[in-house]
Design a protein around this ligand. Structure first.
Ligand code: FE2
Length: 377
């Protein structure tokens, strides 16, 4: 009897861990002009060129630029021909995230575990080999036309992966202190949040660690609902938003409208010094949402004592929130392309593991001012 219980516990542990993830491997954007996007991310966010694939490396229909800053790797990809699925993707969605690539020990097993649980295959396990070793990759579909790739690179010591050549650039801007992907948020359609929560639970073994309903996240005009999904070790977190009824069009609806469907709303990037990072980003032309000074008049009553001076936070528009374990500092950029779709969050965690629920109202009101200025509220 006791033995059976032990076996059951082991089984449960094994089941909970059927998709061990070591973190985000890279985020790939499909963009209208990959060369210029790579330059923009380098100049504005402080990335360095890392690798390139295109006709010169034998890839005849597309180009990809790989850029890196600390543990943050972005891939900017575009099609070279009109009649191409990437061109169709860009035409429909504008610039946006196509791939959230996850680092795994075993990409073949990751594909088998997820597809047998109902995940729709995007890429069967395939081995890419060059003189630096082997990368195994596989993938499944998630919301909209977004996909997850599983990247196994334990037997590879090249600069990125086979098919890419190392890039030496004459332009090497300094880092802005961006460290790694903290979380990536998806916007899904009406009544689609729970089906996608179920997908992450059942297909990928994630857990729903936080939920927000329209009472938490609503303003006079609009509302949204959100559930935060996390993998077992907490390295990968995917909050899922859906719109909720409000007096006017919500920001999630505006996104769905301009992206033509579901997709990644924002990528949150960690820094160890948000004031320095945000000052640097602003000086490079990145625009952030403005927060009214009234937010700062009582914020310390809500969050308690913090290490930072309030003045620079208020001047920059950095938001503060707390949970049982500590506090966090966060700020949201304006959309980084012409369509009001994807944007970035910069986040510094000082113990807090949450997502800034206490800031949602101030944030939403700021977003709605922007939406109103675009005539979409
Ligand atoms: Fe976020």
């Amino acid at each position: 009897m006791e033995n059976t219980e032990i076996i059951d516990e082991k089984n449960i542990a094994l089941q909970a861990d059927f998709l061990p993830l070591m973190g985000t491997d890279y985020v790939e954007f499909y963009v209208g002009n990959a060369k210029q996007s790579a330059h923009f991310y380098k100049a504005a966010f402080g990335f360095q060129s890392l690798a390139y694939a295109g006709p010169e490396t034998g890839l005849m229909d597309r180009v990809s630029y790989v850029i890196r800053q600390n543990k943050l790797t972005f891939v900017l990809t575009t099609a070279l021909r009109q009649d191409h699925e990437i061109a169709a993707h860009i035409n429909k969605h504008g610039d946006g995230v196509k791939v959230l690539a996850l680092m795994v020990e075993d990409a073949t097993d990751a594909w088998e575990q997820t597809t047998k649980r109902g995940g729709k295959s995007y890429m069967e396990p395939k081995k890419l080999t060059d003189e630096n070793g082997v990368v195994v990759m596989s993938g499944i579909h998630t919301y909209g036309e977004t996909v997850h790739l599983f990247i196994e690179r334990k037997n590879y010591n090249g600069v990125f992966m086979p098919g890419f050549k190392k890039t030496e650039s004459a332009y090497n801007p300094t880092s802005t202190g961006l460290l790694y992907v903290d979380h990536c948020v998806g916007n899904v359609g009406w009544n689609q949040m729970n089906p996608w929560v179920k997908f992450y639970e059942e297909v990928m073994g994630f857990k729903n660690i936080l939920s927000f309903d329209d009472n938490d996240i609503s303003t006079e005009y609009s509302a949204l609902m959100s559930k935060v999904m996390s993998n077992g070790n907490g390295f990968v977190k995917f909050p899922i938003n859906e719109p909720a009824e409000g007096k006017k069009k919500s920001q999630v609806e505006e996104y769905l409208d301009f992206y033509n469907g579901e997709g990644v709303q924002h990528v949150a990037i960690a820094t160890a010094d948000i004031v320095t990072t945000v000052k640097d980003l602003q000086s490079r032309g990145i625009e952030f949402l403005k927060i009214p000074m009234s937010y700062y008049s009582d914020v310390l009553d809500r969050v308690g004592k913090i290490d930072e001076d309030l003045l620079p936070l208020s001047e920059l528009g950095i938001l503060i929130d707390k949970d049982e374990e500590g506090y966090l500092l966060q700020i949201f950029s304006k959309p980084i392309q012409d369509r009001p779709t994807i944007f970035f969050e910069i986040i510094q965690r000082k113990g807090a593991k949450s997502f800034g629920k206490g800031n949602f109202k101030a944030l939403f009101e700021a977003l709605e001012r922007e939406q109103d200025a675009r005539g979409n509220l």
